[in-house]
Design a protein around this ligand. Sequence first.
Ligand code: NAP
Length: 247
Amino acid sequence: MKFSGKNVLITGASKGIGAGIAKNLASRGLKVWINYRSKPEIADALLEEIKSNGGEGAVIKFDATDEEAFIEAIKLIVETDGELSYLVNNAGITNDKLALRMKLEDFTNVIDANLTSAFIGSREALKVMSKKRFGSVINIASIVGEMGNAGQVNYAASKGGMIAMSKSFAKEGASRGIRFNTITPGFIETDMTDVLNEEIKQNYIDAIPLKKLGSVDDIANAVAFLLSDNSGYITGETLKVNGGLYM
Ligand code: NAP
């Protein structure tokens, strides 16, 4: 995989899919900026692991829903490295309940964490990347944003919004040489899916044509491809990484 850029910011990267993306991209020679919101010890341990494997990185604390903090973080990265080459909007939450019981704040909190944070990051990345006329942004959405899911009206709306927003950013960024793409993971083994009981997990596995849950590296490898020059003619795309569950 060939990378013309040198660094990447990954939001919500201290654990789960974000941590997997950080390790994968560091192993490919990129300097990884590991964003975390809480638990600095986990982010620090990840950075140590990356460094002990010969990678380069830094941790950066901010809440991705905090516009000012996100702007400051990107400013610091550009001051330190001279550029921001790549951004992965990965931070996300769930707050599942049936729509009839969903309070407005249950809805808006998820929209803020998943969609608004990705908007802030994409807009700020577009600004700084435009100066170099180079960059690539990945939004980590979800299969739920494509097919819907009972109990996840808020999450589905946020992830469907990311898919549509990413295409619009792609149209605005293209003339400046900046690409925006979305990855829609299916069911990936992380803390987010650990809350599902074994029966529900087995039901999903039975429904997945490839008959297994995905790994964080399945997502990280797709991220590496879509950030790299190898996908230089791809923008506004939504790449499904779901074992065939939704085609
Ligand atoms: P996870 O293990 O729960 O990790 C989510 C990460 O996002 C955590 O590090 C969390 O930090 C961080 N985060 C949440 N809100 C944040 C904010 N406002 N600012 C900064 N960081 C924030 O989840 P995951 O499974 O790795 O999911 C990563 C992404 O993939 C999410 O966008 C998720 O929706 C998406 N996804 C996951 C699956 C799956 O099967 N796992 C499937 C489809 C899509 P804290 O620990 O501080 O809260």
